[in-house]
Design a protein around this ligand. Structure first.
Ligand code: DGL
Length: 275
């Protein structure tokens, strides 16, 4: 059995890379729902429906564990999947689980801040779900969390424009808006798995301020490692061949080309249709 990694598009590749660096021995499947990305501006119902279709597909392909390497899907679909969909499959005897990226991020980041003021950059869907403030409050009720939706960043990245001079304008715009609302922020979470591609520009935008910018890949990888240690029933059925297969709902050629930007190597990809 494999570990599935799901994202609306390419962003989850930033998480997959870190997971495979830390846990290279397992077999993985990456699925990007690129034909229907971005998810960030879509309704709760659509994000849930699309995410559940993808998760089911990954189970059918032999995944026992699926990581929603997408904050938007984690924020809007994870709870329903865990509470409504997984129990009946488990009753049929399947050993399966689905994990998100928001809780592990909040657990780690809540301990990083000195001022107690945290900034979260995310898609409109993630921000509007309030998932990050809720998770941070669980960790430490005295934390002050200020969120900023960055609706143009994912389209910029998916269009391959994240290194262009034009991208600077939109990076500054959202960061400035956030810091105008709270200038005590000392820890800034990239709450969207696409955003690490903008990391150089984001660091530049906060230069001179005492702000630590945190991407999620390493956090999610460490949390998965810990999960597997604690869940022998799943760990025991995962195969160790060190392989990774890539699926996309978009054209395979387009995915291959863009995945190059994220992975800096050429991969083989298969097109699939989700119902
Ligand atoms: N990468 C996804 C996330 O982490 C969202 C991208 C999208 O809007 O589809 O939120």
């Amino acid at each position: 059995m494999r570990i599935g990694v799901f994202d609306s598009g390419y962003g989850g590749l930033t998480v997959l890379e870190k997971i495979r660096l830390r846990l290279p021995e397992y077999d993985y499947i990456y699925l990007g729902d690129n034909a229907r990305a971005p998810y960030g501006t879509r309704s709760y119902e659509l994000i849930y429906n699309y995410t559940w279709q993808a998760v089911r597909y990954l189970f059918q392909q032999g995944c026992a564990l699926v990581i929603l390497a997408c904050n938007t899907a984690s924020a809007k679909a994870l709870r329903t999947i865990q509470q409504q969909d997984l129990p009946s499959l488990r009753e049929e005897g399947q050993i399966i689980n689905v994990l998100g990226v928001i809780r592990p991020t909040a657990e780690v980041v809540s301990k990083m801040t000195t001022t107690g003021h945290i900034g979260v950059l995310g898609t409109p869907g993630t921000v509007q779900s309030e998932s990050y403030p809720i998770e941070f409050q669980h960790q430490n009720p005295s934390l002050v969390v200020t969120q900023q939706a960055c609706p143009l960043w994912v389209p910029l990245i998916e269009a391959g424009e994240h290194q262009s001079a034009g991208a600077d304008y939109f990076v500054h715009q959202y960061i400035d808006q956030l810091l105008e609302r709270d200038d005590k922020i000392d820890t800034l979470v990239l709450g969207c798995t696409h955003y690490p591609l903008l990391l150089p520009k984001i660091r530049e935008a906060v230069k001179g301020r005492n702000i630590r910018v945190v991407a999620q890949g390493d956090i999610v990888a460490a949390s998965l490692d810990d999960y597997l240690h604690r869940h022998g029933e799943i760990n025991g059925i995962l195969t160790r061949g060190g392989t990774c297969r890539f699926f996309t709902t978009e054209s395979a050629a387009r995915f291959r080309e863009s995945a190059n930007i994220f992975l800096r190597r050429t991969i083989s990809v298969q097109h699939i249709d989700l119902p």
